[in-house]
Ligand binder design. Structure first.
Ligand code: GMT
Length: 373
């Protein structure tokens, strides 16, 4: 099949997932065309079946807001017709489902039918999408898609609760390549992070309010009082200065390392003991899945789709949003019991296999085949 993929190319789960999906489809022999405003972060290296088309948004003094949607729709029309694409798969409803609808209508006038598949990722529904500034357009565009998928049951149900959607939404879970994210022995990395054998706690996010990174530091402060530990914070975003301020105020900077944005996560994940994800909402929690696949136990909130991934008392523990004491107690209990920690790490790794890339990609292919016989 000749497949067009539209996504946000910067750091963030939806862009990572869309890029990994495109790469896996290309490996299976499909021709994949990425159409984005910047090279997606995980689109590295040459692949004979992958094409990348950049969306240019010309500026003009009249525009306070350059019309990105129009530029993307026009680029879609151009790429779809010149490469005779079979279908378009857009990730994140805003504005991608809308631009896909517009491109599809333009192409129809030219005699070309292009099926549109929209994958919902989370904040496009739960935070941004439900804002009344966007809601009517989001609902319309989702309903106009030929097929709709959501990355968890929770997100599917939230979407039905939030909008009047009159079509089936299929759940196709996020996935990870467990050949890439797997337990590894990395003694040098472990020594560099925790030279005296301290336990290693990890958090990865875009440091937005919804991630509650302050709770990560609060949990870590309690853990550190109970046992020697280090915290790695990976990623960057609006809340980072506040979090750095908290660490300085509490005098715990020496045990916390702000790593910033990082793409090579395999080693860091493999040497970590616990991944902390206390989010206010998480449709899925792709970073938690990558951690589990690497053999890391997860301490998370019970928000959104997290209970579908992190299994209570098996791969980690879940607590209500904001229950810092509960999360800290669970983390301490795990870290103080070497045998239990080892068991949880192994169970996390095993549970991640359910979301193995080789199991999930055929689900997308089967969906595509409904439209491209
Ligand atoms: O979490 C973010 O802020 C980024 C966001 C995105 O769209 O890139 O992530 C969402 O999509 C990911 C991939 O499907 C999910 O793993 C994340 O749970 C989801 N984030 C939220 O629901 C807050």
């Amino acid at each position: 099949m000749r497949i067009g993929i539209v996504c946000y190319p910067t750091y963030g789960g939806s862009g990572v997932l869309a890029t990994e999906l495109g790469k896996a489809l290309a490996d299976k022999g499909h021709m994949v065309h990425f159409i984005t405003y910047q090279q997606p972060v995980r689109l590295d290296g040459f692949h004979p079946n992958i094409y990348y088309h950049e969306v240019n948004v010309p500026t003009y003094p009249l525009f306070d807001y350059p019309p990105y949607e129009s530029a993307l729709s026009s680029t879609l029309v151009d790429v779809i017709s010149n490469n005779d694409l079979d279908l378009l798969h857009v990730h994140y409803a805003i504005p991608h489902a809308t631009t896909a609808y517009l491109a599809r209508q333009i192409l129809l006038k030219q005699g070309k039918k292009i099926p549109v598949i929209t994958t919902l990722h989370g904040t496009d529904i739960t935070l941004v999408g439900r804002d009344k500034t966007y809601a009517p357009v989001v609902a319309f565009s989702i309903n106009e898609s030929d097929a709709i998928t959501a990355v968890s049951e929770n997100l599917r149900d939230e979407t039905y609760r939030t909008f009047d959607i009159r079509k089936p939404i299929s759940v196709i879970y996020n996935f990870t390549d467990t050949r890439r994210f797997r337990p590894r022995e990395c003694p040098n990395a472990r020594k560099a992070i925790a030279p005296n054998g301290e336990k290693i706690l990890l958090h990865i996010s875009n440091f937005r309010k919804v991630k509650r990174v302050a709770d990560v530091v609060k949990v870590f402060r309690q853990v550190r009082e109970a046992l020697p530990a280090k915290l790695l914070l990976i990623g960057d975003g609006p809340d980072r200065p506040v979090i750095e301020g908290m660490c300085r105020e509490w005098g715990i900077c020496g045990d916390i390392r702000f790593v910033g944005k990082q793409e090579q996560l395999e080693e860091v994940l493999a040497v970590s003991d616990i991944f902390i994800l206390p989010s206010e909402y998480e449709s899925f929690g792709l970073a938690a899945l990558e951690a589990m696949a690497s053999g890391v136990a997860v301490i998370s909130s019970d928000a959104g789709g997290l209970p579908e991934i992190n299994i209570q008392g098996k791969t980690g523990f879940l607590s209500p949003v904001g229950d810092v004491d509960g999360m800290a107690a669970h983390a301490i209990a795990l870290l103080q019991d070497e045998a239990l920690l080892k068991k949880f790490k192994q169970q996390a790794c095993e549970a991640a296999q359910r979301f193995h890339i080789d199991r999930i990609i055929p689900e997308y292919e089967a969906l595509y085949q409904q439209f491209v016989p």
